[in-house]
Design a protein around this ligand. Structure first.
Ligand code: TXA
Ligand code: MG
Length: 317
């Protein structure tokens, strides 16, 4: 395994690599991130090269605590309430940025995305690092997010610098889909990307607050895709598997696979990306996905499957 040396559990080595301007594959409870010291523009710039991501596409900041978050962004009352309820956890807040955050991170925007992850390894790296770490998901741009250290090396190993970069192994991610993104710079606040913090969770917090904020509005994030190489068909099907018919697809064909995500949302979210990656490795041409209802984490699963079904998009910019 030529890339084996990238993977480590040594947190000191990861913190030293970050200080030296290196990139670290960082386990979080959602997906693995590709982290760089947010105060080092040259290091942040290397994230875009490693991912093949267009510059100007904003990155999320990861911090250890609210004090550090408030050095990077300005928190409204609603933002404070959300942070108090859901951090550490799988939620990113978009807030107006402060002058401590560089244009390289925000792509020149006035807002910045911030999150305090709950994964103990990420929390310890952030605590020892002290400042903010910029980290998008650690996949090549437009492809499926990684939920294990091995996925990160498979995607990015050829684009990392073995003298500078490494992947911290924190085991498989517990949530398995990216954080919920909530834009708090508008009123009412908007759920831009569904995740383990759901629209219902958000509405419960908003309903408990006095003031003008009405219920949240969900919005899509069309720029992001989460696509494997195989074709993905999303199907709503209530009945038993043997009664499944999908127009134009031979369900019995050797290169077709059916993935039933209708039950147990937690397991479905945790395993979705591994299933999509396995389909590509196994040479599957078409995956038919039986969709969960849009309740709870089901909304996030449906969102990612629909993006996978839209297929790989040519890079923009
Ligand atoms: O769970 C997660 O959020 C993972 C882990 C590593 O924390 N990170 C992640 O980052 O999914 P990324 O870059 O793959 O997705 C973040 C999304 C991108 O679509 C980006 O455009 C959007 O958040 N975003 C970040 N900052 C933004 C801003 N200031 N305004 C609008 N969108 C922003
Ligand atoms: Mg991503």
């Amino acid at each position: 395994m030529p890339h084996f040396d990238f993977i480590t559990t040594d947190i000191d080595r990861a913190v030293a690599a970050l200080r030296a301007g290196g990139l670290v594959g960082l386990p979080t409870e959602t997906v693995y991130g590709l982290a760089a010291d947010a105060s080092n523009d040259a290091a942040v710039d290397r994230i875009f090269s490693a991912k093949g991501r267009p510059r100007g596409h904003p990155l999320i900041l990861h911090v250890a605590d609210l004090d550090t978050a408030e050095r990077c962004g300005v928190f409204s009352d609603v933002a404070h309430q959300l942070a108090a309820r859901f951090w550490p956890g799988p939620m990113t807040l978009l807030v107006p940025r402060t002058s401590n955050v560089s244009d390289t991170v925000t792509g020149g925007r006035d807002s910045v995305g911030i999150r305090i992850p709950a994964h103990p390894v990420a929390a310890e790296v952030l605590r020892r690092h002290g400042g903010a770490l910029a980290a998008p998901s650690a996949n090549r741009f437009g492809e499926v997010s990684p939920t294990t250290a091995q996925h990160v090396v498979a995607d990015l190993g050829g684009h990392l610098d073995p003298d500078l970069d490494l992947v911290l192994d924190g085991g498989p991610c517990a949530v398995g889909v990216e954080s919920s993104i909530i834009d708090t710079t508008c009123s009412p606040v908007q759920l831009l990307r569904p995740g383990a913090v759901t629209a219902d969770d958000l509405d419960t917090i908003l309903a408990s607050l006095a003031g003008p904020s009405g219920p949240s509005r969900a919005a899509g994030m069309m720029a992001a895709h989460y696509a494997p190489a195989c074709a993905v068909h999303a199907v709503d099907h209530d009945g038993p598997l043997h009664s499944l018919v999908v127009d134009g697809v031979d369900l019995g064909a050797a290169h077709t696979r059916v993935l039933d995500l209708r039950d147990n949302h937690d397991v479905a979210a945790r395993e979705l990306y591994s299933h999509l990656r396995a389909a590509d490795i196994d040479g599957i041409a078409t995956v038919v996905i039986l969709m969960p209802p849009a309740t709870g984490l089901g909304a996030a699963i449906r969102d990612r499957v629909m993006k996978a079904a839209a297929g790989r998009q040519p890079p923009v910019g």
